[in-house]
Design a protein around this ligand. Structure first.
Ligand SMILES: [Zn+2]
Length: 664
């Protein structure tokens, strides 16, 4: 049951992580002046201050936090108030060593790092709940309080005895009997039958039986997600007793470790930290935002962290180019974010992140390039905030994205070690991005009946219900586009049947064999007079009712079907039996007849957010050359104070935002 609350923010939140516990009063007062100058309206604190707030067990010192909260309120700045539970105090690790996590090699970690706790430790959970309750009681009615932020970037994997005990309980709850567990874990293979719950260990490096059984691996990943969600919920429930403000945690970038659909279902609003690598394609960054928007069914999310300049933890920490942070920030908002928050506001003098970019650098000046760019963006966000917050994206196409499928596919021994789930999903996403067609990401559990097109890139694992849902979607006139390795296994990672398993009927074909290609070897697909590269896997497809649209160009299966389409009920189901180039996907999408947001040159990123009364159109030029977009009638550009329509030039590296009233 969803126990979360609906959220509508009062503005675009602009600001980020602030660590006043590192600064004297004079510096803090100067920060207030600088924040106002840069239009900062929200800071996140005190993320790492548990040691300062609870110097002894059960003894709290909130004096300094009271005064900073009051000062922020006096200056009109809101607070995203963090429970500091990501870094427990040294006294706790010393007095209760069981709060420290155990790594995959079976070694108990020592105190000193952040995120070094066992999320199942009763003592950790007790102390985390206690400080969350104290903070909620104290600040629930504080005028600066806008949001709650629990811990920071969860993602530990613990292999301690407490976790083993909890894992056994979790399995008992899931399977009920040893007989069923043996069946689901397929222990008949290699004679690994278990007779008693006590024979279950964790899949760590001391236990190869479990570490190399893909179903055990999957169950452990599911268990860690459930445990981490419960650890978050422990604090959520404590806060909710006293406060009605939205509660979230910032998810660590875009991670495989935790099923973020499960994490998000426990939060009031999704928050995530975006740290793109300098070489990452902009379509890849856009895809991650769209996935985050999908976690709570299209609801706005928080861009909870990004860097206002270079990072410090990459091998080569390239400066963000002039205007780059503005583009990245608007890109997040264009895809559904209602905030732009940085790590960090003021650069720390020492410690691991002293070279990490900050709005206020070590110089403390307000005339640096980064500060001036922040101020400029802050003004833009303030102006456009009423045209953005709470608006949603409407999409005709959905891509199925699923952590279970991701885990199972990449855990699989064969057919190809270079299979990369995100890279495969991106091959499809990029086709929509390039055509300026909005797309939603949905889990296997989602209602897909409202879409025209559903895409299954690498949807290797079909959880219960998906097959029937897709069959009826296509029978009722929907279009399905499925990629290689989809539909092959059930939720236990057991092969469903003759490939492509769950998709045999709807695709109207069978797959006799699948070839694997080295990363540096391409095959090709010939379709409609063009040739496209394809990679990693090639299926030997035997069509039944499906018609062949494209054929492989190399190997002994050259001339055999690579792309097919099957008429099924009132709909159609396409199949691509390899990992395609996005140009091929784009040409198939072109046949399906989805509408772009607007017509625009390649290289422009175009999205639309809307509510019942207004549309907001975002156009971002990530290239070094001016490009053109075709604007329909009626759009107004608030930042320029002008009405714009027809063929419009978008300058190199620029962002343009337009709004239009919706008339009945
Ligand atoms: Zn543990």
């Amino acid at each position: 049951m969803d126990k979360t609350i609906p959220v509508k923010l009062d503005r675009i939140y602009f600001g980020g992580d602030y660590n006043p516990d590192q600064w004297d009063e004079k510096t803090i007062n100067e920060d207030m002046r600088l924040f106002q100058k840069a239009h900062i309206n929200l800071v996140t604190l005190p993320v790492f201050s548990w040691a300062k707030l609870e110097p002894k067990e059960g003894v709290y010192d909130f004096g300094w936090l009271d005064s900073i909260m009051d000062k922020l309120a006096e200056n009109g700045i809101g607070v995203n108030l963090a429970t500091p539970t990501v870094a427990q105090p040294a006294w706790m690790s010393r007095k209760y060593p069981e709060v420290l996590d155990v790594d995959i090699q079976g070694r108990r970690r020592t105190h000193g790092m952040r995120v070094h706790f066992c999320y199942n430790s009763p003592k950790y959970l007790e102390r985390a709940r206690a400080i969350a309750s104290e903070m909620a009681k104290r600040y629930a009615k504080h005028p600066a309080l806008k949001l709650w932020h629990v811990a920071n970037e969860y993602g530990t994997y613990c292999y301690c005895p407490i976790c083993r005990g909890k894992f056994i309980l979790w399995l008992k709850n899931r399977y009920g009997s040893m007989e069923k567990l043996n069946e689901r874990w397929y222990t008949a293979f290699w004679g690994r039958t278990l007779y008693d719950w006590e024979e279950i260990n964790l899949p760590d490096e001391t236990n190869d039986d479990f570490r190399f059984n893909p179903t055990v691996q999957l169950d452990y990943l599911r268990f860690v997600t459930d445990s981490t969600a419960a650890c978050f919920r422990n604090e959520y429930d404590a806060i909710r007793q006293y406060s009605d403000k939205p509660i979230q945690t910032n998810m660590s970038g875009f991670i495989k470790k935790l099923d973020q659909f499960v994490m998000a279902s426990n939060m009031d609003i999704v928050g995530w930290d975006n740290y793109p690598w300098p070489t990452q394609e902009m379509s890849f960054v856009a895809m991650k935002h769209d996935i985050m928007r999908g976690l709570r069914g299209g609801q706005s999310f928080l861009l909870a962290e990004q860097s206002p300049n270079q990072q410090n933890w990459q091998p080569y920490n390239v400066l963000k180019r002039p205007g780059e942070v503005r583009r990245l920030s608007w890109q997040a908002i264009a895809h559904g974010a209602d905030s732009c928050l940085y790590f960090q506001m003021r650069q720390s003098r020492a410690g691991q992140e002293k070279f990490h970019g900050a709005v206020i650098s070590h110089s403390g000046r307000d005339d640096t390039r980064v500060f001036r760019e922040t101020e400029f963006l802050g003004k833009e966000l303030e102006t456009l905030s009423p045209h953005v917050v709470g608006k949603r994206t409407k999409a005709q196409a959905a891509i199925v994205f699923d952590w279970n499928a991701w885990w199972a596919l990449e855990n699989s021994s064969g057919p190809n070690r270079d299979i990369d789930y995100l890279d495969g999903v991106h091959s499809y996403y990029k086709a929509f991005y390039g055509r300026h067609i909005s797309v939603d990401f949905v889990s296997e559990d989602a209602d897909i009946s409202g879409y025209k097109l559903v895409v299954l890139p690498y949807t290797y694992m079909f959880r219960p219900g998906l097959k029937e849902k897709l069959d009826s979607f296509v029978r009722n006139g929907g279009t399905l586009l499925a990629g290689a390795l989809s539909g092959l296994v059930d939720e236990n990672d057991h092969v469903i049947g003759e490939f492509p398993g769950a998709l045999r009927d709807v695709l109207g074909l069978r797959i006799e064999e699948t070839d694997a290609l080295r990363k540096d070897c391409l095959n090709g697909i010939h379709m409609g007079g063009r040739e496209y590269p394809c990679r990693l896997v090639c299926d030997i497809v035997i069509p039944g009712s499906a018609k062949t649209l494209g054929c492989f160009t190399k190997e002994f299966y050259a001339g055999g079907p690579a792309v097919t389409v099957n008429e099924y009920g009132a709909g159609k189901a396409y199949y691509i039996g390899s990992v395609p180039d996005s140009a091929l996907v784009s040409d198939i999408v072109g046949k399906i007849g989805l509408s772009p947001v607007i017509r625009a040159d390649n290289g422009l990123e175009v999205t639309l957010r809307q509510d019942e009364s207004e549309q907001t159109l975002f156009i971002i030029n990530h290239t070094e050359a001016p490009l053109r977009a075709e604007l329909p009638e009626g759009f107004f550009e608030p930042l320029a104070g002008q009405t714009v329509s027809g063929s419009t030039q978008i300058a190199a590296n620029d962002v343009r935002v337009f709004v239009r009233r919706i008339t009945a």
